[in-house]
Design a protein around this ligand. Structure first.
Ligand code: AMP
Ligand code: ZN
Length: 115
């Protein structure tokens, strides 16, 4: 946990996001600036700043984050039509919040390459 981290504050319940899923280790909530009809962020409750900080013992946690992404896609009815999952890392990746999060964006046609 990090005292001044926005997503840790959400994980602790000090700030209440628009939550779509929660369990003991994971929280998922709607992005405040959605990049599609549906844009959810899936976070671990543990403070992990970036992908570069992942360690072996986080492997199951990351797997669980993707299982939550799949569940959200089913709940939001775009599992079959498709969706995008993204984890941005550091400056060139466009990371702005330094608590690892999986973007789940759906409900529109995505393009490639990303900007
Ligand atoms: P990233 O650029 O990958 O670090 O993504 C950070 C994401 O957090 C952006 O999509 C922001 O819109 C989102 N965000 C920032 N503050 C909040 C907030 N208070 N509630 C929900 N999403 C937020
Ligand atoms: Zn944090």
């Amino acid at each position: 946990m990090s005292d001044d981290c926005l997503f840790c504050k959400m994980a602790r319940g000090e700030i209440k996001p628009d939550t779509v899923y929660e369990d003991e280790k994971i929280l998922a909530f709607r992005d405040i600036n959605p990049q599609g009809p549906v844009h959810v962020l899936v976070i671990p409750k543990e403070h992990i700043p970036t992908l570069n900080d992942l360690e072996e013992h986080h492997a199951e946690l990351l797997g669980r984050m993707f299982l939550v992404a799949k569940k959200i896609a089913e709940q939001e009815n775009f599992a079959e039509t498709g969706y995008r999952t993204v984890i941005n890392c550091n400056r060139h990746g466009g990371q702005e919040v330094f608590h690892i999060h999986l973007h789940v964006i759906g409900g529109r046609q995505m393009t490639w390459p990303p900007g």
